[in-house]
Design a binder for this molecule. Structure first.
Ligand SMILES: Cc1cc2nc3c(=O)[nH]c(=O)nc-3n(C[C@H](O)[C@H](O)[C@H](O)COP(=O)(O)OP(=O)(O)OC[C@H]3O[C@@H](n4cnc5c(N)ncnc54)[C@H](O)[C@@H]3O)c2cc1C
Length: 397
């Protein structure tokens, strides 16, 4: 089989520009090689699709490369996001463990309430969750601060911490890759063209970066985050989630602490990010929970998360707003119109808006997107871009 781009090799995850290769039409070209793009590439190639990943920088170069990549549910009362994250947590934990055990560290997960309001939510979670948990945190008590010990908590049997960059590279192993910034897409005679790459279908997995296709109905929130790896003589046996997340220690005594949530900092602007301030915030918060000793920061990771306005992720066909709102469109009929009656761009899909839960959600969502593409399974309309189109069209008219 001819090869369009360089193949991903998980050791190097290197990229190179395509040159002088015979034309080939891919089943799917995925723009963005973060966890969402890489997981989509993995499931589509398992479904026998010919896939190419395209990224302006490389594998896990965006928010995914910065993630602490803790695999946990959302400890709150009901709601669609809580249900979704509970399903995704179970699915993704099993998926990573079975397929990529070298890139996930499994340990118990201690969740500690960090305010009275948070305690109410944690208690509601205990009453409604389908996950089994205990309240016995005795194995970590010796390293917890008195404040953490006095707060309400629960222990899940399993939490995971993924090696973010290695996991993305492993998912993309064997998939063609091209290093290129995609500025526009062109569709002609049933085929998408990205430069000299041709594909029957495109998936946009571009995270917090500017949208490649005009979607006036979609606004994504950018949430800047900073996490650190530290070396410490304190042995942490569990994942501990309190004011932030602390991973279990590696054999070398290294653990991840993360992450900050900053809605104001824009890395594309002129302001320089204050790394020292970020480290200070992370260490202060970590020390509220665990008595870490001889701490030395050994690595900083920073990046952007991409969140939707209703906090739910976004997967599915991209609605073509202009064509849908032609002269026959009547907003008064909107509530009776099914999602199928909106015009989508031909064979153009997206996966985005996974916020602070990209590593929990990506395998679960990418599998659903793959089944939708290959078997025409119906996607949950609470997750498709159509929900934003509806809200926008209603306001606009
Ligand atoms: C500090 C931090 C800590 C986090 N911790 C966790 C955690 O503990 N657990 C968890 O589940 N999640 C966590 N997250 C969230 C998670 O990382 C994100 O949800 C996830 O990375 C989103 O993945 P993505 O593939 O959508 O986007 P990204 O990883 O940002 O990937 C998008 C890719 O698209 C490429 N791209 C964009 N536009 C173009 C273009 N025009 N042409 C070519 N390429 C393009 C970019 O180069 C980038 O590589 C964290 C995030 C941060 C920043």
């Amino acid at each position: 089989m001819e090869n369009r781009g360089s193949k991903i090799n998980s050791d190097t995850a290197s990229s190179s520009k395509i040159k002088n290769l015979k034309p080939k039409i891919y089943d799917t070209a995925i723009v963005g090689a973060g966890i969402n793009g890489c997981a989509s590439a993995y499931f589509l190639s398992k479904a026998n699709q010919n896939v190419i990943l395209i990224d302006q920088e490389g594998i896990a170069a965006g928010g995914s490369g910065a993630a602490g990549a803790f695999i946990s549910p959302k400890f709150t009362k009901g709601g669609r996001l809580k249900e979704l994250l509970e399903e995704a947590y179970l699915y993704s934990l099993a998926f990573y463990t079975q397929n990529f055990p070298d890139h996930i560290h499994i340990a118990k997960l201690l969740q500690i309430a960090n305010s009275e309001e948070n305690e109410v939510r944690l208690n509601a979670f205990k009453e409604t969750t389908t996950l089994s948990f205990s309240e016995d945190s005795s194995a970590v008590e010796s390293i917890l601060t008195p404040y953490a010990k006095a707060s309400a908590s629960l222990v899940l049997k399993e939490g995971g911490v993924v090696n973010a960059q290695a996991m993305c590279a492993a998912l993309a192993e064997g998939i063609d890759f091209n290093s290129e910034k995609v500025d526009h897409l062109h569709y002609a005679e049933g085929i998408w063209h990205i430069g000299d790459i041709r594909a029957k279908r495109i998936i946009l997995a571009t995270g917090s970066y500017d949208l490649v296709v005009k979607m006036p109905y979609l606004e994504l929130r950018r949430i800047w985050g900073h996490r650190i790896d530290v070396k410490t003589t304190t042995k942490v046996p569990y994942s501990i989630h309190h004011h932030l997340s602390i991973s279990p220690s590696s054999e070398e005594g290294i653990l991840a602490i993360g992450a900050t949530h900053n809605l104001h900092y824009n890395p594309f602007g002129d302001e320089v990010y204050d790394v020292e301030e970020g480290r200070k915030e992370l260490l202060e918060k970590a020390l509220k929970s665990v008595r870490l000793e001889d701490v030395e920061v050994i690595k900083d990771y920073t990046g952007l998360r991409s969140g939707s306005n209703d906090y739910l992720p976004i997967i599915g066909p991209v609605v073509d707003a202009e064509t849908t709102m032609d002269e026959n469109f009547k907003v008064s009929r909107l509530k009776w119109m099914s999602d199928d009656s909106f015009t989508s761009f031909p064979e153009l899909y997206m996966i985005n808006g996974t916020g602070g839960y990209g590593f929990v959600l990506a395998p679960y969502l990418a599998k659903q997107l793959t089944e939708h593409i290959t078997n025409k399974t119906v996607l949950d309309t609470a997750l498709t871009p159509t929900r934003f189109f509806r809200r926008w069209a209603k306001k606009k008219s």
